[in-house]
Design a protein around this ligand. Structure first.
Ligand SMILES: [Zn+2]
Ligand SMILES: [Zn+2]
Length: 318
């Protein structure tokens, strides 16, 4: 039987039809110049200076009612002709129309690059990485103007979402409570290498609460017969989930299985390694010794904490 329909291999492709998508105009950053002008006028007034806008370089915003938030970078020129970089935050009833009366300038600052930037720094939730903010992420500091000191972009991980008011330093009176922590860390020290480190004493603990967990940094001392029973100082990091129905009397027994040793190392002081440019830990205030140039302690064994800011040097915002 014959038929007139041409044979079609199902693998043959039909020519694609051209589909026309609706075109949305992409907005040029230069369109946001009027907003930058207002922020700069505020800056000039408050700081008693006279900068002129050169150009807007980056913009980030969220669209919300009644006012949207806008974060903007722009370049401006001083009287002497020197071009500087700025960062400003404002609230505006419209992203299209410049309503001078409705716009609220939340802050404006002249920024300067002081560091290479740190991947552990936290991005702004509105712009992510579209705009350069002051803080450790991009390595910029505020030279003149508003400090934005309560902004998230000044923070580091692993402290995302933390509430700074919950930082608490435990005194030596509570150290017994942390023996369970230290014992777990010693197990961690002994498990991968042929070692028999014994716990001596917990010397310092700092904890910081996040939304659903607590991070602990701890110093304790150990000794080992393989190392002439010399006392060695250790640093360890732990994470403990938050529990409801907190029961202080038996909490260590209940929670021990959930306690996670993130890292632990044995350290030794090396004065040549110590540097006044060493960074402090993003989480701890002071007093707790971390491996790194700040305190001049080298890692002798186990985890090296290589990605942590306290292992690096830097100045300025850090
Ligand atoms: Zn932002
Ligand atoms: Zn720390």
């Amino acid at each position: 039987m014959s038929h007139n329909l041409p044979f079609r291999n199902p693998m043959d492709k039909m020519p694609l039809q051209v589909i026309t998508l609706p075109q949305y105009p992409t907005r040029q950053v230069s369109e946001f110049s009027p907003f930058a002008e207002i922020a700069l006028a505020y800056f000039n007034c408050v700081q008693n200076v006279d900068f002129k806008l050169v150009e807007v370089t980056r913009v980030g915003y969220d669209i919300s009612y009644p006012k949207s938030t806008m974060h903007v970078n722009f370049d401006a020129k001083s009287k002497s002709g020197k071009v500087e970089m700025f960062y400003a935050e404002l609230k505006t009833p419209s992203l299209n129309k410049v309503d001078e009366k409705g716009i609220v300038i939340q802050g404006c600052a002249l920024l300067k690059k002081v560091d290479t930037g740190n991947p552990l720094g936290i991005s702004c939730m509105i712009c992510h990485d579209k705009v350069i903010h002051p803080g450790p992420k991009d390595g910029y500091n505020v030279v003149l103007g508003d400090k934005f000191k309560d902004s998230r972009f000044w923070l580091y991980r692993p402290s995302t979402g933390l509430n700074c008011s919950t930082i608490r330093e435990d005194t030596i009176r509570y150290m017994d409570k942390y023996l369970v922590f230290a014992m777990k860390a010693v197990k961690h020290l002994n498990c991968k290498v042929e070692a028999d480190w014994e716990l001596l004493v917990v010397t310092r603990v700092i904890d910081r609460m996040e939304k659903c967990r607590i991070i602990f940094h701890m110093n304790f001392t150990v000794k080992s017969s393989n190392f002439n029973n010399e006392t060695k100082l250790c640093f360890a990091e732990f994470i403990l989930p938050l529990f409801s129905g907190h029961s202080p009397d038996n909490w260590t027994m209940e929670k021990e299985p959930f306690l996670e040793v993130i890292g632990c190392c044995i350290m030794e002081k090396d004065a040549n390694y110590e540097s006044s440019f060493g960074r402090v830990c993003a989480m701890c205030t002071s007093g707790l010794i971390h491996p790194g140039p700040k305190y001049g302690y080298r890692v002798l064994a186990r985890d090296d904490f290589a990605m942590y800011d306290f292992k690096a040097c830097g100045n300025g915002v850090f």
